[in-house]
Design a protein around this ligand. Sequence first.
Ligand SMILES: Nc1ncnc2c1ncn2[C@@H]1O[C@H](COP(=O)(O)OP(=O)(O)OP(=O)(O)O)[C@@H](O)[C@H]1O
Length: 538
Amino acid sequence: MHFTRAYKIVKTFLNFGLDELIPSHLFPWYGRLMRACFFWLGNKHKDKNAGQRLRLALESLGPVWVKFGQMLSTRRDLLPPDIAKELSLLQDNVAPFDGEKAQQLIEQALQLDDIHQLFEEFDNKPLASASIAQVHTAKLKHHDALHQVVIKVIRPDIENAIYADLKLMAQLAKLVSQFLPDGKRLRPVEVINEYRKTLLDELDLQREGANAIQLKRNFENSESLYIPYVYSDYSRKNVLVMERIYGIPVSDIAALEEQNTNLELLAERGVEVFFTQVFRDSFFHADMHPGNIFVSREHPENPMYIGIDCGIVGTLNKEDKRYLAENFIAFFNRDYRKVAELHVDSGWVPADTNVEEFEFAIRTVCEPIFQKPLAEISFGQVLVNLFNTARRFNMEVQPQLVLLQKTLLYVEGLGRQLYPQLDLWKTAKPFLEDWVKQQIGPKAVFSQLKENLPFWGEKLPEMPDLLYKALKQNTNKSANVTIQQSNRGIVWAIFAMTFTLTGTVFFVTEFIMPSIALFSTATICAWRALRHSSNHQV
Ligand SMILES: Nc1ncnc2c1ncn2[C@@H]1O[C@H](COP(=O)(O)OP(=O)(O)OP(=O)(O)O)[C@@H](O)[C@H]1O
């Protein structure tokens, strides 16, 4: 199986002339020798351009490769634009699998003798069928009521096929990175590893269910986004039962216009939902292609999105978020020095990077973007340009940022399709500026203290003990005046710390007057500590 599949892949690549995509000066002699060994396989599609040949080759290799091509199409940082555009046309035309088989899989997963024990009107005919899973409609008997649901079922036997293809892909990536002189720059091994992770995550519907539950909780009372309810009691690794939704696909602009949807508000809400997910929740839906987004039929004047398929989500840590927000703000202020410094501070590029050179490189690629009116600038493209430049300065690939950049491109595309005059910057700027403000300044310091309160609350009872030990040590060593002096300094410092902590506890629990008294005492202790330490140094 392994060998025949490997041969099929080589045959497809050569029949679509993909070897011709490698520039001759980059094709080493051993590569050409290997190519010559398959002399009977030649390019049968000479009439088509490179992008088309690559797309057709991937389509003929099946779903794992199609999904890989779709992922690559969003990596504008790695591929030339014409090839990326062609890959974005990839379609996974897979036939649905037998509905009886789906029913059998559901019965097995939920340990039912008969599907009708739990579901009424299970429809054998799939509602939708994709490369990894198929969706059926049913009515769930739940708490003495009937609930309209959809059941997503992973295709039978897909797992083994995916593992086998991923293994071959990984071997191919290794070959490319080892034997093609320019292979490493494309980071094929990392790209395949990232793809592997995404694809395997998609095979686990319990994970998708958990993501949907989290996202639903994050947008509990939101007017902008609704996530269908997941029946976790009836969900397994290969079966997911969730509330059926009846929204309008977001790409169906005619239907949205027909019900007088406020498209401007809808487009703005897309941007708002995205930035809320990224900056408020650090948890974003990262598969926002139009097939996964619907619009509620209710209240078209106050339109709400409905999101499905939460199989791929992204998360960002606090530092990433802060640098990202500041990067956008600095970029739109055309402060390229700041952009360069942020990349160094965040550790995205090595600490010894020449900031001036980096600033200059960023200016060169970013300044032309401002030729356009601000409203037309693409945030996603800004990130692509920035990351491309940073990569020349040895920026490591940050998978979470790549996911974010990809999602941002989708969100923008979607927003502009709904409302071409959408001014992304106008919608996003106040959001980003508020967020950055919240992260710095006194409010942020206190919220940080509040966050660390449980830790300090735990340590506070130990303070008197520490103090006692320090004092005792001080008495034992009284022979040495210098040490005694320095110990006194330590004792005052401990006092200062204890009063500060207690003051903070009072402050955040809103006992303002006692907290002021404690902070004042802490200041006096700190001053005494400083005096002792300076005497000691003298
Ligand atoms: N809760 C739901 N209510 C109504 N229809 C749904 C629901 N969930 C999924 N569908 C339908 O099933 C289709 C496929 O669902 P989903 O996107 O979750 O599957 P998938 O296998 O992950 O597909 P892909 O990854 O290719 O988008 C959707 O486009 C939608 O038409």
